[in-house]
Ligand binder design. Structure first.
Ligand code: WTA
Length: 683
């Protein structure tokens, strides 16, 4: 079936299938669905052989001491544990840099760096990157950072961030990157939870037209840590903004030189460039155990306290490399671009480790899709002749509303594969991505995965899988999905329920840092024997998997998971608030947004001004991206007799749906009418 057309599709048929474009399939690593099925079968029936062959493509300083893999997913049989190639020694930095240089890729561009301002750019080759990483490894060592130590990073999208991560990996230290949009308090909590001894940051960054002073936020966070008696010993600061004067910045594009006030605390704070000048560019990698920790990354938990998701070296390395290779069908001549921030898992796996492991050239982008205008992404695509492009549905939706001309005025003929990640993609956005951005000529891969899974788990393969708009389609190699009913029975054939995985894969998380019990409870307790994603899934008549969204109290705002509990506890910190409840509300661009109900203390009045203050509280406690879109006054909340808030009802009120279902368990049913009368009318 040739269903690619340049026309907008107005009526959407969910079962309409799209063939892999011939120009993609003809050169693909996996060229047919039959080939995918064959490889898939082996990957789940004989994982040792499948992953064993992949392992041979990496360097190992020593081989596994025992079984190639062992795991237990059944909490009733003992502690949950997942191990791949335990006892083998390797180093991921060595594998993604030194080996590429040894293979002759030294002069190949590893990254094109594209700054926030068009014209502000630079590039770095594999050899140069290796040199920088070796130097920074030596800097870290000199600061006393040792194998196993945790190093926090709060950085913009600059090459130094990749250098810092790889240097940690090289010396066996564990990086803990905090997205540089989190507040000082969120940063503090993450630093304290991981007991980080050092932090790497930058003076500041321009995000679109806004200047952010990162160092001030870090100073605040470090001040809190010291107050708690857990000071961070070292803070390394990249001078990203303040080098150069006005004339210099005119030449380099427009990175402003407006001096930021950066205070350097004696003994604690050092400039990156000063430390680097004296560092040697030779560094022998530390041979670490396959199951040693590589990094941790915090993700929202439904109780409100973020979880430090821990990934280990060998399994993650193989999985990042393999998913990148097959999902984006990477080849030597590709120019690959993932727009995600490295502060999220997508940036870890698909900006840094995955593409480097495949020796390709990638783009790192500091800016935003809207700056200086809605054509920026396609401008950058043309500038570097990007072949594989990966972004989030929220970005696609926000660009769609500016119309096609911002896209069509650019050539884009280099594009072959278009990926999406982070949230379910609505069919309208999928079709626009496919038809307008991709000219009906590219493969669209809707990749489902999580911080916890390390890499893609449900995804089409661009040369093999016929896609359906809005379906993540089929499992990646090694992944055995199942759909479970509420009572834990597997749904065979078409049906809907909890999306779970039955078998371990190399890239999955190993534990929650410092709290293995929480790892077990969160992911393995509800359905013994299965890893529970927390997402709903649906299998259609043809076996395609559709992700239906979170089934816990997490809200997905522009692809970022937030817990409603976290937002609520921020709100309650305001003096006027007695109680708060927040729920997810649909949003045309962000996918979902946050709608809050607040009960005020006796004697307080709900005003526009208070609502603004509350919004500000959430921004300060969590970060600007967590800002609620709606806050309504709730003289009382709908509760059961035992005092449990019935969020199901609040969700209905938020969308003005009067069909609230059974309310017989409510302590006071009259609350509902009051809440409907006070709802935010613009929601
Ligand atoms: C959601 C991001 C539908 C899902 C890589 C998941 C998706 C959560 C998709 C993980 C997709 C991610 N279709 N939903 N293609 N990709 N999600 O940890 O709810 O930031 O559980 O990892 O995003 O978000 P996280």
């Amino acid at each position: 079936m040739e269903s690619h057309s340049k026309l907008h599709i107005h009526t959407h048929d969910p079962d309409m299938k799209f063939d892999p474009p011939k120009r993609v399939a003809d050169v693909a690593h996996v060229q047919s669905f039959a080939q995918y099925e064959k490889m898939y079968k082996q990957s789940i029936k004989e994982p040792e052989i499948f992953w064993g062959e992949i392992a041979e493509q990496f360097f190992w300083a020593s081989q596994p001491s025992g079984a190639f893999m062992t795991y237990n997913f059944d909490i009733q049989k003992g502690p949950i544990s997942i191990k791949w190639m335990e006892g083998a020694k390797t180093n991921i930095c060595y594998n993604v840099l030194d080996r590429n240089v040894e293979k002759g890729l030294g002069d190949k561009i590893a990254f094109f760096w594209e700054g926030n301002y068009p014209g502000d750019d630079k590039k770095i080759t594999y050899k140069e990157l290796l040199e920088e990483v070796c130097k920074f490894s030596n800097v870290l060592k000199q600061l006393g950072v040792k194998k196993g130590d945790r190093v926090a990073m709060y950085m913009p999208m600059i090459v130094e961030l990749v250098v810092a991560m790889l240097a940690c990996a090289r010396i066996g230290a564990v990086h803990s990157i905090v997205f540089a949009g989190f507040s000082a308090e969120s940063l503090r909590d993450r630093i304290l939870d991981a007991s980080c001894s050092a932090i790497i940051t930058a003076d500041g960054v321009w995000r679109g037209p806004k200047l952010l002073n990162l160092k001030v936020i870090v100073d605040k966070a470090l001040h809190f840590c010291a107050e708690k008696g857990k000071p961070v010993t070292h803070c390394v600061v990249v001078q990203h903004l303040t080098n150069g004067d006005a004339t210099d910045s005119e030449e380099k594009g427009k990175r402003p030189c407006k001096s930021l006030q950066v205070t350097m605390k004696e003994d604690r704070d050092r400039w990156w460039h000063e430390l680097m000048t004296s560092a040697s560019n030779h560094n022998d990698p530390e041979w670490v155990d396959a199951e040693d920790p590589l990094f941790m990354l915090y993700t929202s938990g439904s109780t409100g306290k973020p979880k430090g998701v821990l990934h280990t070296v060998a399994g993650y390395m193989m999985y990042a490399a393999t998913t990148s290779k097959y999902t984006f069908d990477l080849h030597a001549d590709d120019v690959y671009w993932c727009t995600a921030d490295i502060g999220w898992i997508t940036g870890h796996t698909y900006v840094c480790y995955g593409p480097l492991a495949n020796g390709v050239t990638s783009v790192i982008f500091e800016g935003t899709p809207m700056f200086p205008d809605a054509g920026r992404l396609w401008d950058v695509v043309d500038k570097y002749k990007v072949t594989k492009f990966y972004t989030a549905p929220t970005a696609i939706r926000s660009l769609m509303k500016f119309g096609d001309s911002f896209v069509t005025k650019y050539d884009r003929s280099s594009l072959k594969i278009l990926g999406t990640v982070g949230e379910p993609i609505n069919p309208e956005a999928w079709h626009w991505y496919n038809n307008v951005v991709g000219n009906g000529n590219c493969a669209v891969v809707d990749t489902f995965w999580q911080t916890e899974t390390g890499g893609h788990v449900i995804t089409p393969l661009p040369g093999a899988t016929k896609t359906k708009a809005g379906s993540a389609t089929f499992p990646f190699f090694g992944i055995v999905p199942a759909i479970l009913s509420e009572d834990g029975v597997e749904v065979n054939g078409p049906g809907q329920g909890y999306l779970v995985f039955k078998q371990a894969w190399p890239g999955m998380m190993r534990t929650v840092y410092g709290d293995h019990e929480r790892f077990e409870t969160t992911y393995f307790k509800k359905f013994p024997g299965y890893y529970c994603t927390g997402d709903g899934g649906k299998r259609d008549e043809e076996g395609y998997i559709w992700i239906t969204g979170r089934i816990d109290d997490l809200v997905n705002v522009s692809g970022h998971l937030l817990s409603t509990a976290e937002v609520e506890s921020a709100l309650i910190e305001h003096d006027s608030v007695a109680e708060a409840a927040s729920v997810s509300h649909p949003h045309s661009i962000k996918g979902e947004c946050i709608y809050c109900f607040v009960t005020l203390n006796e004697g307080e009045t709900f005003t526009e001004e208070l609502s603004k203050e509350l919004t500000q509280v959430v921004r300060e406690k969590i970060g600007p991206f967590a800002q609620p879109d709606f806050i309504q006054n709730a003289p009382a909340l709908p509760k059961t007799r035992s005092g449990k808030i019935m969020r199901r009802i609040l969700r209905k009120i938020a969308v003005n749906d009067h069909d609230v279902g059974d309310t017989s368990t409510l302590a006071d049913e009259s609350v509902i009418d009051t809440l409907f009368s006070l709802r935010c009318s613009n929601a």
